[in-house]
Design a protein around this ligand. Structure first.
Ligand code: 2RA
Length: 336
């Protein structure tokens, strides 16, 4: 299996390489791909020194799979070029997520939708992935009617510039900024850009992507996405109103039995999910499981996960693993 990592020098690209190694992903060739300014850069990976190549060279090599995390514009321009030569693209940007011709996949939920004809597959937004991982099994059992979501998102979701801004502010250094305000000792209700009706793109992603992944546009969803000065992962407070009542013990059991989800909920011992403990792990952690006493059939959850791993790199690689295990990757014909 010939694999290209497009955006290999970026934050998610680096985590993709780490996860490929951890999961012993079975590749015969690995191509590290980045923008022209990084071409030729040497990258050490798993005991081998790789030289970063450009996008057109990568297309010409016709990899079986291209894992993209290079921004929406690069995906829009280059994913079709890879697909044209027969490469299967798994894209971490928002470029293809809401396109009706492209699948939006969290393997534990809807990998079965995939066929060998899917050549550009969208990886959902990190805050969506961790939320639907916990909500999908509950939706199947109790049918969700409405969600009220508040997120508390890691600055790593914005990228290196944001991490640098926080470091500079902590150390009292003036420097480039990723946010319109200080992030140190602060909370910004502003993730991505403002769009319609006063919602940010991040908040609308939670609504639109959840509808697509669960294939149920009837669920009422409203979100407030907040950026906070942490680096370990995204946290989410989710209030769920179900069509039907539920048993709290059964809710815990359903979550505990969901692959990829770990229940951390023992308030007597101050045990609940936190970004610090979720950092570097692939699971989605759920705690503070409790009934909403203000209205019937309603539940509160606290959901935490490493946004660079299950929220991005690991989910994308799990899609690739599924495609490989189901023989859904038609290798491009290489010119002899
Ligand atoms: C963020 N989910 O956290 C978005 C993109 N990674 O900024």
């Amino acid at each position: 299996m010939r694999v290209a990592v497009v955006g290999a020098t970026g934050m998610v690209g680096n985590v993709m390489l780490q996860v490929l190694k951890e999961r012993n992903f079975n590749f015969t060739e690995l191509y590290l791909v980045a923008s022209e300014r990084s071409v030729g850069k040497k990258v050490e990976f798993n005991g081998t020194t790789y030289s970063v190549i450009g996008l057109q060279d990568a297309v010409n090599l016709k990899p079986d799979i291209a894992l993209f995390s290079a921004g929406g514009n690069t995906s829009l321009e280059w994913a079709p070029k890879f697909a044209e030569v027969g490469t299967t693209v798994i894209d971490n940007s928002s470029a293809w997520r809401m396109n009706p011709n492209n699948k939006l996949i969290v393997p534990e939920i809807n990998a079965s939708e995939l066929t060998e004809n899917d050549k550009i597959i969208a990886n959902p937004n990190c805050s969506t992935i961790q939320m639907v991982m916990a909500l999908a099994p509950l939706h199947s059992k109790y049918k969700m009617k409405r969600l009220v979501i508040s997120t508390y998102q890691s600055i790593t979701g914005t990228g290196v510039k944001a991490v640098q801004q926080l470091e500079n502010e902590v150390n009292g250094i003036q420097g480039e900024t990723a946010y319109p305000h200080p992030i140190h000792k602060n909370a910004l209700p502003h993730c991505d850009v403002f769009e319609e009706a006063g919602y940010t793109k991040e908040e609308l992603k939670l609504t639109r992507e959840t509808h697509k992944i669960l294939n149920d546009p009837s669920i009422g969803i409203t979100a407030t996405a907040v950026r906070i000065p942490v680096v370990g992962g995204h946290s989410e407070s989710v209030n769920i109103e179900f069509e039907n009542d539920f048993d709290l013990t059964e809710v815990r059991k359903v979550l505990s039995q969901t692959p990829g989800v770990i229940v951390q909920d023992n308030i007597e011992n101050n045990e609940y999910p936190m970004p610090l403990s979720a950092h570097g792990k692939d699971e989605v952690f759920v705690g503070r499981i409790r009934r909403d006493l203000s209205q019937p059939n309603s539940l509160n959850l606290w959901i935490v996960s490493d946004n660079l791993r299950k929220g991005a790199a690991t989910n994308a690689i799990q899609i690739a693993e599924y495609l490989a295990s189901e023989n859904l990757i038609k290798s491009p014909t290489l010119s002899v």
